[in-house]
Ligand binder design. Sequence first.
Ligand code: T5A
Length: 226
Amino acid sequence: MKGRLIVFEGGEGGGKTTQLARSQQWLQASGWLAKLQAQGQIQQLITTREPGGTPIGQKIRHLLLDHTDSEVVQDRTELLLYAADRAQHVEAFLRPHLAAGALILCDRYVDSTIAYQGYGRGLDLSLIHQLNHLATHGLQSDITLWLDLDPAIGLARTDRRATRDRIEQADLSFHQRVHQGFMTLAAQSPERMIRIDANQPEATVAAQIQATLQQFLHQWFGAAIE
Ligand code: T5A
């Protein structure tokens, strides 16, 4: 049994968390999950996120996002903390579950570091690629769904919340550079990174994602499902 890793990516307020939950519900309600399990193709469906997919990662997440001290988190510190969170997540969570045959829905992965710390903060991209490799030991997603939304719209959505985390507080130009980063990544690897138009009603976005997932599930397990 070989698990699969499906990653949801995008800028702030793009709807990843909402759509990841909807995809989980759809996989259960549509019967796909039950079929794959009955055929011995998939062991279980699990969801996770970065940062914060492990107990150690939760502590790192707190340092990264809920940091309220007056001390400024330096850009390279931020980069190393995201890499440390990922190293723990990959070894302690993703790899064992994939080896056991899980279908994993993951909120953010390596592309976020390239977009936020590389394009957003302006840190050296080749250094980030090396760090991503160190943290993942080469573990790549099977597909990445990029929820593409104008950063101004995404930030307006997160503005409705009572508080904004440290990265959401960065100015619009930072988030525009992050968006540029995701656009570049999607253009470089269109077969791995699928663009989803996130500037539509929630149900329309969900339908687009379901159609994409359906296509990949057929590709991966098709013969056994027909
Ligand atoms: N980060 C992360 C890095 O800098 N480097 C890294 O390597 C990694 C891994 C993570 C932060 O860390 C940064 C990126 C982030 O800044 P987080 O709390 O996980 O922090 O934050 P986000 O992933 O950005 O989560 P958000 O909740 O801000 O955005 P989502 O998940 O994309 O959006 P969601 O689903 O919560 O929706 C936001 C709001 O919009 C509404 C929802 O109801 C919600 O109110 N909404 C819609 N409204 C209208 N139309 C739609 N289609 C809508 N879909 C959702």
